[in-house]
Write a protein that binds this ligand. Structure first.
Ligand code: AMP
Length: 211
C-alpha cells in the first residue's frame, strides 16, 4: 500500500510546488487546509466570514473547524493524499491519525529552511487564480509578465496573508508550534527531513524515492 504524505513546513518553504509535481507525476491528490479555508472565504459563506478575520491576522483557525472541513473533502479509499498545512499542532496530528488515517501508512515530510529566506519568498509569491500555479517574481517569473505559463490565465494574485506584517506573524506562529509536531512523527519513526533550500527537482527525487 502506498503511503500518504503529510507536509510540514513554514509558509513559503516549497510545499505547494512539490505537491503539484507529485500530483501530476505520481497521481497523488493534494489537500491543503489553507486552500479549503480560502475557498470558504471566496464563497462568502458564514464559515468563510468567520475565518477571514483569523486568517488575515495570520493566526490559526480552530482545530474543530479545520478537521470538519478536511473530513468533508477527502475520500481515503479512493486516493493517496498529500496533506498540506495540516496538522499544525499535536492535537491535529493525533486527530489525523485516529480519525482520518486510521492506520493507513503515512510519512511526514519536513521542509527545513532558514526563516530569513522566507519573507522574501513570500512577499514575491504570486498564485494563478484560475489554476493555482505558483510563481515567484524573482526566482520563478512567468514567461509573459502577468500571464500564467500553465493555463494562460491573467489573474496572478498575491494572497491576502502574503503581506509583510502578516507574514511575520505566520512565521512566528509556525516556529512556536512546529517542534512538538516534529517530535510526534520522529517518535513514531515516520519523519523524513528535506533541505528546502535545494532545487525543486532534487527535493522531488528525494520525496519520490520514499513513496
Ligand atoms: P496556509 O495556506 O497553509 O499557509 O494557511 C493559511 C492560513 O490558513 C493559516 O495562517 C491559518 O490561518 C489557516 N490554516 C490553514 N491550515 C490550518 C490548520 N491546519 N489549522 C489551523 N489553521 C489553519
Amino acid at each position: 500500500m502506498k503511503s500518504h504524505l503529510i507536509f510540514i513546513g513554514a509558509p513559503g518553504s516549497g510545499k505547494g510546488t512539490q505537491a503539484s509535481k507529485l500530483v501530476s507525476d505520481r497521481g497523488f491528490k493534494h489537500i491543503s487546509t489553507g486552500d479549503l479555508l480560502r475557498a470558504e472565504i471566496a464563497k462568502q459563506s458564514a464559515l468563510g466570514l468567520e475565518v477571514k478575520k483569523v486568517m488575515d491576522a495570520g493566526q490559526l483557525v480552530s482545530d474543530d473547524l479545520v478537521i470538519r472541513l478536511l473530513q468533508a473533502n477527502i475520500d481515503l479509499n479512493a486516493s493517496q493524499y498529500i496533506f498540506d498545512g495540516y496538522p499544525r499542532n499535536i492535537a491535529q496530528a493525533q486527530t489525523l491519525d485516529k480519525e482520518v488515517l486510521k492506520g493507513s501508512p503515512s510519512i511526514a515530510v519536513y521542509f527545513e529552511i532558514n526563516m530569513s529566506k522566507l519573507v522574501e519568498r513570500l512577499t514575491n509569491r504570486r498564485t494563478c487564480k484560475d489554476c493555482g500555479a505558483i510563481y515567484n517574481l524573482i526566482s520563478k517569473k512567468p514567461k509573459i509578465t502577468g500571464t500564467c505559463d500553465q493555463c494562460g490565465g491573467t489573474n496572478l494574485v498575491q494572497r491576502a496573508d502574503d503581506k509583510e506584517d502578516v507574514i511575520t506573524n505566520r512565521l512566528k506562529v509556525f516556529q512556536d508550534t512546529v517542534d512538538p509536531v516534529l517530535k510526534y512523527y520522529q517518535d513514531l519513526g515516520r519523519l523524513m527531513k528535506v533541505d528546502a533550500e535545494m532545487s525543486p527537482d532534487v527535493i522531488f527525487n528525494q520525496i519520490s524515492s520514499k513513496v
